[in-house]
Write a protein of this length. Structure first.
Lengths: 359, 228
């Protein structure tokens, strides 16, 4: 079921070159992240077969879609994929129902999604079936496009900045659907975006692309905290931890959450005990002490080990720490780093001033 | 009133226009599709050749066709070799000439419609398992409906209205090549102004009605080329 996806492409347009060799997990959401011109959309289009890389090898759940050495190139319409475009790209001459049927009519009954109604309800579009696309809001159109792709029960769902053309409110309306999708449907998702927010909210695996190359690829928290990629230096650098609700301290309006290797107090979260959450910690909200502070207003003080140091030569140090099983980033001043004489391997304490819950 | 010769000319005109329009749609659709999507260096040349009848005097086109389809011309030799005889002054010759002469009126609206549709719906269809041919009929044709409508009506109406090419290639043979425009010319030559009035009035009314219908339909037709 969860065989890895092997994607290897080389393409040369003169001004732009793509050269990637990736092995991606066959489950969960893999975000392809990069600025415009980084090649993330080109990579996705090569995977879909909408663009043909002269040199390429692509294998998804055991079936080979491209192998340029053997001259294999499956045209897009023969690939068992679902594709969601930046613009919903619905057929304007068809109703929502007919848009959904378009792909279904073209595949064998056995390979269709078992419960289309469930998808319609999940995406909240079951009341829109008789409408034409031009009578839908942008968010509704994008949800129909997602349902249309999922109805085919694809081996992989490819999403090319599906939220980029929507305003903030619509984005917040669709994001939860997407993160729920892969939990409920178990289809690997390749998701292209340039938004750090979407990375933090959706990614299980992160691939960072720049100038047509993959700078880093791996599990989200590991990749986010890598000091050799620009993301860690970004002013908004953050790490994301999976946590579980363990206790509500109603009197203090606090919630205790556990992570692999410890527990934290957060402002009250409206979620039942045992609920898994994604918690984001900005590097600028983390400070470092050499000894456990005896009297501090900060509730979350955790023992940590320094695993990496980088200086941006503009007065700021980026420190990578290991807390339990998770990596954490801290942005501190270069002066502090010097005064504390921080070294890789040192045991320290981190104070976390703030966190945010993403789902 | 219309005499039997006039009615024969009307009937013949209708026949030529119907057959020519069908042929133009059949040949013009793939041609327009190719022109709308190709990046080939030939595109400019083919575009210019298709548009030539718009600027050439019909007599020039008619003259070359006459020469080419005549017994000494390349096409004429070929049709003779096929055992079909030569085409000038026959109904078939008239249809061939009409198709060439009115082709831009079919190709250009189709090409514009295909270009407007763009790449996106085609890619969406491909990701939904539709083969290119399937996509053409299930997505392109419905989205290009206004283009097909315009092409059909303009192609038909323009064939009905031609004169110069018909006269050069078809001549003036009753029930074979004598179409309405030629018949009107005959009436005027013979100073039969009242007969000419009847036929000319018919053509005027026909052309106006057709164009009015076209513009009304196009105005009310949902704008299909905008992807939502």
């Amino acid at each position: 079921m969860t065989q890895p996806i092997t994607a290897c492409f080389q393409l040369d347009y003169g001004v732009f070159q793509l050269a990637v060799d990736l092995c991606l997990p066959g489950s969960g959401i893999t975000v392809l992240f990069g600025n415009s011109g980084s090649g993330k959309t080109t990579l996705l289009r090569c995977i879909a077969g909408l663009q043909r890389a002269p040199q390429g090898f692509l294998e998804i759940s055991g079936s080979c879609w491209q192998d340029s050495e053997r001259g294999v190139f499956l045209p897009t319409h023969k690939r068992a994929l679902g594709y969601v475009f930046q613009e919903a790209n619905l057929f304007p001459h068809l109703t929502v129902a007919d848009n959904l049927q378009f792909g279904l009519k073209r595949i064998a009954k056995a390979s269709r999604v078992a419960d289309l109604q469930h998808i319609l309800e999940l995406l909240g579009i079951d009341h829109l079936l008789k409408r034409k696309p031009d009578c839908l809001s942008g968010g509704e159109r994008q949800r129909v496009a997602i349902a249309r792709a999922l109805a085919l029960n694809p081996e992989v769902l490819l999403m090319d900045e599906p939220l980029a053309s929507l305003d903030f409110k619509r984005k917040q309306e669709i994001l939860p659907f997407i993160s729920r999708l892969h939990q409920e449907l178990n289809i690997p998702v390749l998701y292209v975006t340039h938004s750090q927010q979407e990375v933090a909210q959706l990614a299980d695996t992160l691939v960072i692309l720049a100038d047509g190359r993959a700078l880093a690829s791996g599990p989200l928290s590991e990749t986010l905290s890598r000091l050799d990629v620009p993301l860690a230096q970004d002013r908004k650098a953050a790490t994301v931890w999976p946590v579980t609700v363990v206790e509500h301290e109603a009197g203090y309006h606090l919630t205790r959450v556990a992570f692999a290797g410890g527990a934290l107090s957060l402002p009250a979260v409206d979620a039942a005990i045992g609920t898994p959450l994604r918690m984001q910690i900005y590097a600028s909200d983390v400070s470092i002490a050499l000894e456990a502070p005896s009297a501090t207003s900060i509730l979350n003080v955790l023992p940590a080990t320094i695993t990496g140091l980088a200086d941006d030569r503009a007065g700021r140090s980026v420190v990578r720490l290991q807390v339990g099983n998770h990596a954490l980033l801290a942005h501190i001043t270069s002066k502090s780093a010097l005064l504390l004489s921080l070294q890789i391997g040192m045991a320290v304490y981190v104070q976390i001033k703030g966190t945010s819950i993403l789902n | 009133m219309l005499n039997p010769a006039d009615l024969g000319a009307l009937l013949l005109t209708f026949k030529v226009a119907s057959i020519s329009t069908s042929l133009m749609l059949l040949l013009g659709t793939p041609l327009a599709w190719w022109l709308a999507r190709t990046g080939s260096a030939w595109k400019g040349i083919i575009n210019a050749v298709v548009a030539l009848p718009l600027v050439l005097p019909p007599t020039v086109l008619g003259f070359y066709l006459l020469v080419l389809m005549g017994p000494a011309g390349a096409i004429g030799k070929f049709t003779s070799w096929l055992g079909l005889g030569t085409l000038p002054f026959t109904f078939a010759g008239l249809v061939v000439a009409s198709v060439l002469y009115s082709m831009p009126f079919v190709v250009q609206p189709l090409q514009a419609a295909f270009t407007t549709i763009g790449e996106q719906p085609l890619e969406a269809a491909a990701t939904l398992r539709a083969s290119p041919l399937d996509t053409f009929f299930s997505v392109v044709v419905p989205l290009a409906k206004p283009g097909f409508l315009t092409a059909t009506i303009l192609g038909f109406a323009h064939t009905v209205g031609e004169f110069g090419v018909v006269l050069m290639v078809g001549g003036n043979i009753p029930d074979k090549t004598r179409v309405v425009s030629v018949q009107i010319y005959n009436h005027v030559e013979a100073l039969e102004y009242s007969e000419a009035h009847w036929l000319a009035g018919c053509l005027l009314l026909f052309s106006f009605t057709v164009l009015l219908a076209l513009y009304t339909v196009l105005k009310t037709h949902p704008v299909a080329h905008q992807l939502k």
